[in-house]
Design a protein around this ligand. Structure first.
Ligand SMILES: Nc1ncnc2c1ncn2[C@@H]1O[C@H](COP(=O)(O)OP(=O)(O)OP(=O)(O)O)[C@@H](O)[C@H]1O
Length: 171
């Protein structure tokens, strides 16, 4: 069975921070970690969009913006189709551990990103993903069914980290 951890929790709970701490831990252990993270971008405190960052190279590209992209709309944002190339590159080459932060509505609006994510989850290699509490996509839910679930709560972030470290022992 594929080793996998699925991290979820309320907005701002600490999901991304936990995922990045686990990335550092895996790198320390010598794994070649590949994947993406999706930080928001703020100007004077106001969120103007989201970027996608290649964990291995640090390269970044817009995932969605209030203005300036012409992909599908998600709330106030328009998704940026040019992010597909970055996603493909992020998961290419020599990887032995995959990380996706996160599987959310913006990422899944682009069919090629959705396919790339599913390919990663089906690769048989170990992975860690972050997803929305309200993830409803059946294909993804099915792929994550047997993963270790970690629900991060703001007041218990350290416990979530300890729980994940404990599970990493099964690698
Ligand atoms: N273990 C921690 N110790 C201290 N601060 C933390 C910790 N985890 C998260 N934070 C802080 O809490 C805030 C939210 O964290 P983070 O972005 O990881 O949450 P998230 O659940 O991924 O949020 P979102 O739902 O917006 O994606 C950030 O400012 C982060 O620095």
């Amino acid at each position: 069975m594929t080793f996998c951890i699925a991290i979820t929790g309320e907005p701002g709970a600490g999901k991304s921070t936990l995922a990045m701490k686990l990335v550092e831990e895996l790198k320390r252990r010598g794994y070649k970690v590949c994947g993406v993270t999706c930080p928001d971008v703020r100007v004077r405190g106001r969120r103007i969009g989201f970027k996608m960052v290649d964990i291995r190279s640090g390269k970044e590209e817009w995932l969605a913006k209030v203005e300036g992209c012409n992909g599908p709309r998600v709330g106030r944002y328009r998704v940026c189709p040019q992010v597909v190339e970055l996603v493909k590159e992020a998961f290419s080459g020599d990887c032995d551990f995959y990380v996706i932060d996160e599987i959310g509505p913006m990422e899944l609006k682009l069919d090629e990103v959705r396919k790339e994510f599913l390919k990663v989850l089906r690769s048989g290699r170990p992975f860690i993903v972050v997803h929305h509490l309200r993830l409803r996509d059946r294909e993804f839910l099915e792929m994550l069914r047997n993963c270790k679930k970690i629900i991060v709560r703001r007041e218990a972030r350290e416990e979530a980290y300890e729980e994940a470290l404990e599970y990493l022992k099964e690698l």
